[in-house]
Design a protein around this ligand. Structure first.
Ligand code: Z5A
Length: 208
């Protein structure tokens, strides 16, 4: 049986890394084998592209968009699809929803280009569950900046990140696979909410 594909999304600092580790240990406690990965990155080529995307100098908006999808194409072929085909559940820190939010919402690139690249790279394949951790930009930025220095994308202004957040929320309204979690709550409440979505997915997944 195919594994399930779970993605976690949101602006910086909302707790994606913290909670993807929680999802992994919760699923493992249910006897489910998981692969934890991230975008951009997840493969040798993807990690090289990530380094350019986050720490390179002058990267044009279109080059940024194409590198996000180049990383994704490699990731799907080399890692995500083979794992799902083996019945392993894949947990991915960001996926194409981030491209709509950052390159579409933040950079204001044409949605048709994103949608055409999405079709080229993964056709109709979509996550089974997308957990959107939502918090005001100030909250996420304060948490992230307490931890590390801003990278090339994190150096954008508040208006950029507000457009990113709005785009995530608009997509969450549009697609049933989304579960929106209030990330301003204490961590244990955030994780209770995530657990409910996981239980729901598990109930609809049948025997594993
Ligand atoms: N990007 C893009 O533009 N287009 C694309 O298609 C894709 C990505 C795929 C890399 O993302 C960048 O790539 C990203 C979007 C772009 N740039 N930005 N901005 P990334 O995911 O690697 O990096 P990030 O978004 O900046 O995430 P992050 O800073 O690593 O944050 P996080 O993973 O969401 O949060 P965290 O590390 O789990 O938690 C941050 C801190 O908050 C930490 O100290 C926690 O202990 C604390 N925390 C977490 N939850 C709570 C709660 N509930 N209460 C209190 N404190 C908490």
């Amino acid at each position: 049986m195919q594994g399930k594909f779970i993605t976690i999304e949101g602006i910086e600092g909302v707790g994606k890394s913290t909670n993807i580790a929680f999802i992994q240990s919760w699923l493992q406690s249910q006897g489910i084998e998981c692969l934890l990965t991230r975008e951009p990155g997840g493969t040798d080529l993807g990690e090289q592209l990530r380094n350019i995307l986050l720490h390179g100098g002058d990267v044009s908006d279109k080059a940024e968009l194409l590198m996000m999808f180049a990383s994704r194409a490699q990731h799907l072929q080399e890692k995500i699809k083979p794992a799902l085909d083996r019945g392993v559940w894949v947990l991915c820190d960001r996926f194409t929803d981030s491209t709509y939010a950052y390159q579409g919402g933040g950079r204001q690139l044409n949605f048709d280009w994103i949608s055409q690249l999405e079709q080229l790279v993964h056709g109709d394949m979509q996550p089974d569950l997308t957990v959107l951790l939502d918090a005001p930009v100030e909250v996420g930025r304060a948490r992230a900046s307490a931890r590390s220095e801003a990278d090339r994308i994190e150096a954008e202004d508040m208006a950029f990140f507000n457009r990113v957040r709005d785009m995530f929320l608009a997509r969450a309204e549009q697609y049933k696979r989304y579960s929106v979690v209030d990330a301003t709550q204490p961590l244990e409440h955030v994780q209770k909410d995530i657990e409910l979505s996981l239980k729901h997915l598990l109930n609809t997944a049948g025997p594993v």
